[in-house]
Design a protein around this ligand. Structure first.
Ligand code: HEM
Length: 527
């Protein structure tokens, strides 16, 4: 064997190295680098990181993969609740994130100048040009300012007839398909049909058509739900998401786009068709008297008087569909089921509704929201209690710490990320009492000043500068429809048909649910 001379040219791979060997060597080096980096990162996170003294599972303190896997499990809320039970009110659930369970911290975490954390959910959900996108608070304030008017109470009232039309269509469809036939049905599915049709009506002026056809039009729900779990889980490992984004052309494969046939992209494609038609109409000076949110976005202006770009309008429109559909459907189905499981509360609510109709205080065919608020006060209590124990957003909304936060005998430093999961916060026993898991609407039947204090402990609609813009719309569409459902029909929980499951829930940040089987019978429709 020839002995290599020190004068030989340096050739670490060997001059006769085949392409296969070369590739093998590159992969080996890449793996060594990758695992070297991971090892260093874990060691840093465990022993040198500014949050190293906070309690939490070793895996969670070492790597973002821990939270990625529990998000992927579909029960992030239970995982985080369990972490708080094991480790107390401040838990290190990711290397750079502390979760907080105590509602007293809501104003500290969600203050007006808090930046959103590093989770890039915006892009994975196609929302990076919308108000919901992560980023500095100044950018968010600018985006929110130009669209806030669309969500004002004055405008919501103008949109009320649009919602009434959907309520009438929904109750008529249930009557025709199930009440008349005596068939049981999955209320989870129909609650989705109703709320998706409502959001597309208030966004674009027309429903998707789920209720009218009684089907998942163009498999939109299936496609959207299929993509959502992946998007929220991958957002837990921002470095991985960013690394994927750096591979040329790779992001095109996984970031949803309107040309996709599946996933969130399919929903975007649907949005684009409606949006393009409306933009063309707008350019011709037509359709300016429409009452939907899109006409507000088309007319909205930045501070310098420039209009919103098409991309920005598209982002806001998609945000309405994503933020305002499953959340409201969850509220509606849990409100009905909570009432059906608590007959005293159901009766009390129904008596209030009947009395208000009998005395002509609720108008027909659909009462106004103002009437419902005034004449059926117990509904508000039932709704609040539902939003408390079945928070439709059951994942922490992360923020970056800009002022040190005292956390027991430790301090969460500037630059760390903090978050509070509404599902957990609403089960904080010291705040809500030993019966915090129980649906007890009477807890809200207290003096106005006490109610206001209780509301401050709720995180259902988020907090601070990024509090939900659609809260008024959500409360209106759920309150009015439940009044109609209870006025017109008798309800009971039905057994799941053979081969079907009951009450299946899957948390992707918002809930995907099925198997809420019910039977409905016609009541005295003359009422
Ligand atoms: C019960 C139903 C709903 C719940 C529980 C809910 C919850 C939330 C939460 C927790 C946030 C804050 C997210 C964050 O901090 O990043 C939010 C933001 C938002 N929601 Fe809702 N939402 C509901 C219904 C709606 C509806 C019906 C719409 C529109 C029609 C809507 C539009 C929005 C918008 C535009 C934002 C972004 C606000 C901002 O970042 O400034 N939501 N929602």
């Amino acid at each position: 064997m020839a002995v290599p001379s020190p004068l030989d040219p340096i050739d670490p791979l060997g001059t006769n190295t085949s392409f296969k060997q070369l590739l093998g060597t590159i992969i080996r080096h890449a793996f060594t680098l990758f695992f070297g980096y991971l090892t260093f990162d874990c060691i840093y996170n465990l022993f040198l990181h500014p949050l190293r003294s906070f309690p939490g599972p070793v895996m969670a303190r070492a790597s973002n993969l821990y939270s990625f896997f529990y998000a992927l499990s579909g029960h992030q809320e239970e995982a985080e609740y369990a972490l708080h039970i094991l480790y107390g009110p401040f838990v290190r659930a990711r290397p750079n994130q502390i979760l907080i369970a105590d509602p007293a911290y809501i104003p500290t975490v969600y203050h007006l100048r808090a930046d959103k954390d590093s989770m890039h959910m915006g892009e994975a959900l196609g929302l990076h040009t919308s108000t919901l996108a992560p980023g500095p608070w100044e950018q968010h304030a600018m985006r929110r300012r130009r669209i806030a008017g669309a969500y004002s109470m004055t405008n919501i009232k103008r949109m009320e007839p649009l919602i009434d039309a959907r309520i009438m269509e929904f109750t008529a469809a249930l009557d025709e398909r199930f009440v008349k036939t005596g068939e049981t049905f999955d209320f989870a599915v129909w609650a989705n049909y109703y709320t998706y049709d409502v959001v597309s009506t208030i966004a674009f002026g027309e429903p998707f058509g789920f209720v009218r056809t009684g089907t998942d039009v163009a498999s939109l729900l299936k496609q959207f739900h299929g993509g959502a779990g992946y998007a929220t889980s991958i957002a837990k490992i921002p470095a991985f998401e960013a690394a994927l984004g750096m591979i040329p052309g790779f992001s095109k494969l996984w970031i949803p786009k309107p040309t996709d046939k599946k996933g969130l992209g399919a929903l975007m494609g649907f949005r684009d068709k409606l949006l393009d038609a409306r933009m063309a109409e707008w350019k011709e000076g037509k359709g300016r008297d429409r009452k939907d949110l899109l006409s507000h976005f088309l007319a909205a202006q930045n501070l310098d008087g420039t209009p919103m770009t098409r991309e920005e309008i598209a982002g806001e429109a998609l945000l309405i569909m994503i933020a305002g559909s499953d959340t409201t459907a969850t509220t509606l189905r849990h409100l009905l089921f909570n009432l059906l499981k608590k007959p005293e509360a159901f009766e009390k609510l129904r008596n209030q509704i009947d009395k208000a109709y009998d005395t002509g205080k609720l108008s027909k065919p659909v009462p106004t929201y103002a009437q419902v608020e005034k004449e059926v006060p117990f509904l508000w209590c039932c709704l609040q209690e539902t939003l408390r124990i079945a928070a439709p957003v059951a994942a922490p909304m992360g923020r970056v710490v800009s002022e040190p936060i005292a956390a027991g005998n430790l301090v969460i430093p500037v630059g760390a990320e903090v978050g509070m999961n509404p599902w957990v916060v609403h089960r904080h026993e010291e705040t809500w009492g030993e019966d915090c898991e129980e649906f007890r609407p009477e807890r809200w039947e207290v003096r106005e000043s006490e109610r206001r204090e209780m509301e401050k402990k709720m995180l259902t609609f988020g907090g601070g500068a990024r509090v939900c813009l659609g809260k008024g719309i959500a409360l209106m569409e759920v309150s009015k429809v439940i009044v109609e459902l209870l006025r017109k029909m008798e309800w009971e929980i039905a057994e799941a048909p053979k081969g079907e499951e009951a009450e299946v829930r899957w948390n992707t940040g918002t809930w995907q649910e099925r198997g809420y089987w019910v039977r409905a019978e016609r009541r005295d429709l003359g009422r």
